[in-house]
Design a protein around this ligand. Structure first.
Ligand SMILES: [Zn+2]
Length: 119
């Protein structure tokens, strides 16, 4: 599949960001990147500890930063890639921003592929 490698690389960037967040003590091991026109426009990690904000998950932080950067709240022309499947709060934030989240498709695809191999 043509989308697999770029998707994998983008999720890898999100994972690298998660490591960075832990290294500098900003928060838990979660990262996210926002992509527009095949370019990463925002890289974020969990900021709960640094900001003393329980809502500063990587994806929510990425939504906020992308909105600030593009100076709008509709991110329907963007995609978000996260280091793991978003929690309900982040899922809500991503949904409200109208971004596409390809993690879910990837997980489902891997699951189906793995499942088919078992049978
Ligand atoms: Zn979350």
């Amino acid at each position: 599949m043509s989308w697999f490698l770029p998707t994998f690389q983008l999720i890898r960037k999100a994972v690298e960001e998660a490591y960075e967040g832990v290294r500098c003590g900003d928060g838990g091991p979660f990262g996210a990147v926002v992509v527009k026109d095949d370019q990463i426009i925002v890289r974020c990690h969990n900021m709960v500890l640094k900001n003393m904000d329980p809502t500063a998950h990587a994806e929510v932080t990425a939504v906020r930063e992308a909105c600030k950067k593009l100076e709008r709240y509709d991110l329907s022309d963007c995609e978000i890639y996260a280091s793991c499947e978003p929690c309900p709060m982040c899922f809500g934030a991503i949904h409200l921003s109208k971004m596409k989240c390809l993690n879910d498709f990837l997980h489902r695809d891997w699951y189906m592929e793995h499942k088919q191999r078992q049978h």
